[in-house]
Design a protein around this ligand. Structure first.
Ligand code: G6P
Ligand code: MN
Length: 436
C-alpha cells in the first residue's frame, strides 16, 4: 500500500534478498495514483524478472484486488504526498512555529489526512484478508497507531518506525560494535523516546561510558550515518542534536526527534524556512527515484539500478521474517502499553522493545519511568489522543485542545491561527464533519 513512495525500491531489494527466508511467492503493489504505481509496478516487474523470475508480480489501483489473498501487507501511505507536507511546513513557519511532518503541528495536519485512509485500508483488509499481518510505516505513526488499535483491536497490525534502528546503528558504530550484538533498552512514544541502557553480549551497559564521552566533549556528533537514506545536511544536523540533547538532559539518550521539543527556538534557526525539508525531498528524491524508474522501464533492465536496500527496507522485511519464521527477535514497536511502562496510562500506545514471533508481539516490561520523561510523554499523549478524536469526530473543539497540548505551540492564538489555515488547506483530506 502506498507503493508510489520513493522508499519502495529499497523495500523491493530487501524483499528480493530475503525472498526464500520469508517464503515469498507473489508480490502486488498498490497505490491510489495510477501514474506512480505504474512506474513502481513496472520497475518491480523488471527487477523481479531479473532477480527472482519465480515470483509473480502485479500492480493495481484497486484496494480490494491488492488485498485479496494477501498474507502480509506493508503500508506506507502519504495522503497529499510530499506536496502537502510542504504546505504544512510553510503554514507553520508563517505563524512562527515548527511544522515538521510528525513533530509539532505539521504532524497534526498529516495525522488528520492519514488516519481516515489507513482505517479504510484496515477495514478492507479485515474483510478480504482477515488473517494477514499488516505492517505499517505510515506516519505520523504515533497517532495512526492510536487510531487503528482503538478502532480495530482485532486487526493483526504492527506499527513501526525506522528511526530507532537508524540511530542504534550510528551509536553502535561509534561504540565499535555491530548493532546486532547490542541490546538497546528504550521507552517512549513514536518519535519521542529515550534509551536507558545499551548492553553488549557480556551484559555490560555501555550507556554510562557514552554519557561520559558526551559530557566530557569527546563526542560532539553522530555524523557518520550508516544509512544511505540519511546522508544529507538535514540528517547530519538532526543526528548531531542527539548529542546536544543528551548533554542537556543526561539521564538517558534521546531519540533524535526530541530536538523539536527540547530545542524549539534553535530548530527555528537551524532549518531553512523558505526551502523546507519537504521542498528538498520534492526537489531531490521525488525526482531522482522516478527518473530511475523511467530509465529502467525504457531500457527494460534494472541490472545496474542504484535503487537498492537500506535500513528502511531491511527493518520491515526482518520484522515479517521474525513472524513468519517464529524467530522471536527484538524490535521496537508501537503497542498498547498494558503495563509495559508501569507508571504510564495503560490504555495508550507506547513505543517499546518487543519480542516478535508467530504469535505476535511480547512487549518488554520497562518498569517505572522518571517524572520528567513521564510528564513530557503525558502531555504528548494527551495531544495525540485528542488529535485522533478530533480526526474521527471532525471536532474543532478537540482539535483546538489537542493543539494547545503540543509542546511546540505557545498559545491559544497561534494554535487557532494554524488550525484555521489547516482547515482551509485540507478540505480534500480531513473529515468532512469539520466543514458542516
Ligand atoms: C525517518 C522517520 C520516518 C520519516 C522519515 C522522513 O526515517 O523515521 O518516520 O518518514 O525519516 O525522511 P525524509 O527523508 O522524507 O525527510
Ligand atoms: Mn518514523
Amino acid at each position: 500500500m502506498g507503493a508510489g513512495s520513493t522508499h519502495t525500491p529499497g523495500i523491493l531489494a530487501a524483499l528480493t534478498a530475503k525472498a526464500d527466508e520469508i517464503k515469498m511467492s507473489e508480490l502486488c503493489l498498490h497505490d491510489i495514483e495510477y501514474d506512480r504505481v505504474y512506474h513502481m509496478g513496472e520497475f518491480n516487474r523488471i527487477y523481479m524478472s531479473e532477480h527472482r523470475p519465480d515470483i509473480k508480480t502485479s500492480w493495481t489501483t484497486d484496494l480490494k484486488e491488492a488485498l485479496t489473498g494477501a498474507d502480509y501487507v506493508f503500508i506506507q501511505i502519504r495522503p497529499g504526498r510530499n506536496e502537502q507536507r510542504a504546505v504544512d511546513e510553510h503554514t507553520c513557519y508563517k505563524h512562527g512555529l515548527i511544522g515538521q511532518e510528525t513533530c509539532g503541528l505539521g504532524g497534526f495536519a498529516f495525522a488528520l489526512r492519514t488516519i481516515p485512509a489507513i482505517l479504510e485500508i484496515v477495514k478492507t483488509a479485515l474483510e478480504v484478508c482477515p488473517n494477514a499481518w499488516l505492517l505499517n510505516y505510515s506516519n505520523p505513526e504515533a497517532m495512526v497507531s492510536e487510531a487503528v488499535y482503538r478502532t480495530y483491536p482485532q486487526a493483526k497490525m504492527l506499527c513501526i518506525c525506522d528511526m530507532p534502528i537508524s540511530q542504534q546503528e550510528q551509536v553502535a558504530a561509534y561504540l565499535g560494535y555491530d548493532e546486532k550484538d547490542l541490546t538497546f533498552k528504550y521507552f517512549g512514544l513514536n518519535h519521542f523516546g529515550w534509551y536507558t541502557n545499551i548492553y553488549n553480549k557480556k551484559g555490560e551497559d555501555l550507556l554510562p561510558q557514552l554519557r561520559e564521552d558526551v559530557l566530557s566533549g569527546k563526542v560532539t556528533g553522530l555524523s557518520a550515518s550508516q544509512d544511505a537514506g540519511k546522508l544529507d545536511d538535514y540528517w547530519f544536523k538532526t543526528f548531531n542534536n542527539v548529542i546536544k540533547g543528551f548533554k542537556a538532559y543526561p539521564d538517558f539518550m534521546p531519540l533524535c526527534y526530541l530536538q523539536y521539543y527540547y530545542f524549539h527556538d534553535e530548530m527555528m534557526e537551524q532549518f531553512d524556512h523558505e526551502f523546507t525539508r519537504a521542498d528538498s525531498v520534492l526537489a531531490g528524491r521525488e525526482i531522482t527515484v522516478y527518473q530511475e524508474c523511467k530509465r529502467v522501464i525504457e531500457t527494460q533492465s534494472a541490472k545496474d539500478s542504484y535503487l537498492v536496500s537500506g535500513v528502511h527496507g531491511n527493518y520491515i522485511v526482518d520484522l515479517a521474517s521474525s513472524i513468519i519464521n517464529d524467530k522471536r527477535e527484538r524490535f521496537i514497536v508501537n503497542v498498547m502499553n498494558n503495563g509495559a511502562i508501569g507508571n504510564f496510562n495503560h490504555d495508550a500506545v507506547v513505543e517499546v522493545p518487543c519480542y516478535v514471533g508467530a504469535s505476535g508481539v511480547e512487549p518488554v516490561a520497562v518498569g517505572y519511568i522518571p517524572q520528567f520523561h513521564k510528564s513530557l510523554m503525558e502531555a504528548q499523549k494527551g495531544y495525540e489522543k485528542l488529535a485522533v478524536e478530533a480526526c474521527l469526530e471532525g471536532s474543532y473543539d478537540k482539535a483546538l485542545q489537542a493543539i494547545l497540548l503540543n509542546k511546540t505551540v505557545p498559545s491559544y492564538r497561534k494554535g487557532k491561527e494554524v488550525l484555521d489555515d489547516f482547515l482551509e488547506l485540507n478540505k480534500d483530506y480531513w473529515n468532512q464533519k469539520f466543514y458542516k
